[in-house]
Ligand binder design. Structure first.
Ligand code: FAD
Length: 530
């Protein structure tokens, strides 16, 4: 049997970009005491790598490859780095297709995250880079039982803001009551002993907050209509919502009912970068500043017999550069319109993988009324209308002013919102938002919206695979097309997450390093020319 050494591993790792990094982790080739330090053996000896796109994936590739002795150039079309890792502050600009560039005019110390806003505690690589790059993080309050559900114009609960804790506890109560009744009638207990049934009944009572008679009744867990206090103020518990009312108002519809804790990625503890998520991008940018060419839009990618040629344009005109290898992190809807000589399979994969439509609006208010009047500190209100979600900031609590994310929507709703002018998006956010928070009228100051599927150089939120594209097209892009490798969140199972950009970058760096060090060991060092 062939001996499995680091050396022959490296050559085999080159076969499939996605395989090298996980296999190295598994083989313990990365220091186990620092599970996510990326300490590969060997040196790139100045091989020239051209990286297309200066988002998190592109900059991470350059950062890690430079540590390994490669000579990297990053071509980034925008005048800023970071791509989707983008926080909107005073002076931030965004360009959507077919409309003028918009400039934010928020107060100096305020911001909102137009792209990533939360980091799951299990996204180790994202947290690793925050630590390595010295980006301070703070808890992001993704779960807030004090936020609202709001069903506009539907059913008996129409246009009533209902605290999440009421909806969640009412539903747990009703469902556990139903279950205990069916167990009592021997509907569900055929496989259980008498003792088991008793334990299940005890669990159901605890889970749903059932009364001694196993019925669901209002209790303090769903909150108070009059808060308890000193002296005689015992507090008043509000009556429960009727199950039929919640059903008929659509609160339990799958696209509305939302318990973040049921979703792995949204379970607390979650984090955010202090002062804006783009601080992660800025910290990376500081590490690769010498390699980064901003304002350089790639227009062509050509595989040469033993290298790669990239055409791009900047403020000075059109240019061409050559390199040994290339890493393309350009989002696929954008790449689809760039001239290349990729294989048919690769071109098809680029064309067929679709991206989600999504948009957000930041609304600056002169008073944090959601905290002062509604006692909402972070978290999300869910609606059945175009807004879909209102995000409350998880920073600067008790401050004076603040920015809410007035809508964060997807697909059809994002499509229709995205078609509106900036002024009409603001109008919509205010019109619908004031149904929940009438304070909007008095406290609103200004807004800034980003429609990602309309945004130049992205044309989508993130890759959205179905079983067919995942099976038929995804694997094609995990392999290089001759000298061109592909990286970015779209080349992972972590779509919509920064962790995808980081994981993918490392996969490709490992694969390139495997290819280069193997060729260097086997052939003269100058065998691969650009
Ligand atoms: C609305 C939204 C919410 C999100 N929420 C979260 C979250 O809460 N948590 C989380 O972890 N992640 C979140 N994400 C996902 C995260 O932002 C991405 O996964 C990650 O930033 C992708 O990085 P990337 O480098 O792969 O791509 P990008 O950031 O898109 O980088 C690609 C780069 O290529 C550049 N480019 C494009 N065309 C050209 C060209 N022709 N020439 C040169 N350069 C070009 C672009 O300008 C861009 O800088 C969210 C994303 C969005 C859009």
């Amino acid at each position: 049997m062939e001996k499995f050494t680091r050396r022959n591993f490296l050559s085999k790792g080159a076969m499939l970009a996605g395989a090298a990094y996980p296999a190295m982790l598994a083989l313990g080739m990365l220091k186990s005491s620092e599970a996510h330090a990326f300490d590969l053996p060997g040196n790139g000896n100045g091989k020239k790598i051209i990286i297309l796109g200066g988002g998190l994936a592109g900059m991470t590739c350059a950062y890690e490859l430079t540590k390994l002795g490669y000579n990297c150039t990053i071509l980034e079309a925008r005048k800023r780095a970071g791509g989707r890792c983008f926080s909107i502050r005073n002076g931030s600009t965004n360009t959507e297709i077919d409309r003028p560039t918009a400039t934010a005019t928020f107060d100096a110390n305020l911001y909102f995250n137009a792209g990533p806003s939360r980091i799951p505690h299990h996204h180790r690589l994202t947290l690793h880079y925050c630590k390595e790059l010295g980006v301070p993080i703070q808890v992001y309050n993704n779960v807030n039982e004090g936020s609202y559900y709001f069903a506009e114009g539907k059913g008996p609960l129409s246009n009533k803001k209902i605290r999440a804790r009421e909806v969640h506890n009412d539903m747990r109560g009703y469902m556990t009551e139903l279950l205990s009744k069916s167990i009592d009638k021997s509907g569900l207990d055929s496989a259980l002993t008498k003792e088991d049934v008793e334990k299940v009944m005890m669990y159901l009572a605890a889970e749903g907050g059932l009364d001694i008679d196993k019925l669901y009744k209002a209790s303090a867990r769903r909150g108070y209509s009059e808060a308890p206090g000193a002296g005689e103020r015992v507090g008043k518990v509000a009556p429960v919502n009727k199950l039929a009312d919640m059903l008929h108002s659509g609160l339990l519809d799958p696209d509305f009912y939302n318990v973040a804790e049921y979703t792995y990625e949204l379970q607390m503890t979650m984090f955010q970068a202090v002062g804006g998520m783009d601080n992660i991008a800025k910290a990376l940018q500081a590490k690769v500043a010498n390699q980064l060419k901003l304002g350089s839009e790639v227009t062509g990618i050509t595989n040469l017999p033993d290298g790669v040629k990239i055409s791009y344009k900047d403020a000075l005109g059109a240019h061409e550069i050559q390199g040994d290898l290339c890493i393309c992190t350009i989002p696929l809807p954008v790449l689809s319109n760039i001239d290349t000589n990729f294989s048919g399979d690769v071109s098809r994969a680029i064309d067929y993988i679709s991206y989600i439509k999504t948009g957000k609006i930041g609304l600056q208010f002169k008073r944090r009324f959601w905290e002062e009047d509604d006692q909402i500190y972070g978290g999300i209100t869910h609606t059945n209308n175009e807004l879909t979600q209102i995000f409350y900031p998880s920073n600067d609590y008790l401050g004076k002013k603040g920015i809410l994310i007035g809508y964060y929507n997807f697909e059809e709703r994002a499509l229709s919102t995205g078609k509106l002018s900036y002024a009409d998006r603001e109008k919509l956010a205010l019109q619908k938002g004031r149904l929940i928070h009438p304070q909007y009228d008095k406290e609103f100051e200004r807004s800034f919206s980003v429609s990602w599927h309309n945004t130049k150089y992205n044309l989508g939120g993130w890759a959205e695979y179905d079983s067919e594209t995942r099976k038929n097209y995804y694997p094609v892009l995990l392999k290089p097309d001759k000298q061109v490798y592909f990286a970015g969140e779209h080349l992972t199972y972590l779509n919509a997450w920064m962790a995808g950009a980081f994981e993918s970058a490392r996969s490709v760096v490992a694969a390139i390093h495997a290819r280069v060090t193997e060729q260097r060991l086997s052939y003269p060092a100058n065998n691969i020319k650009g």
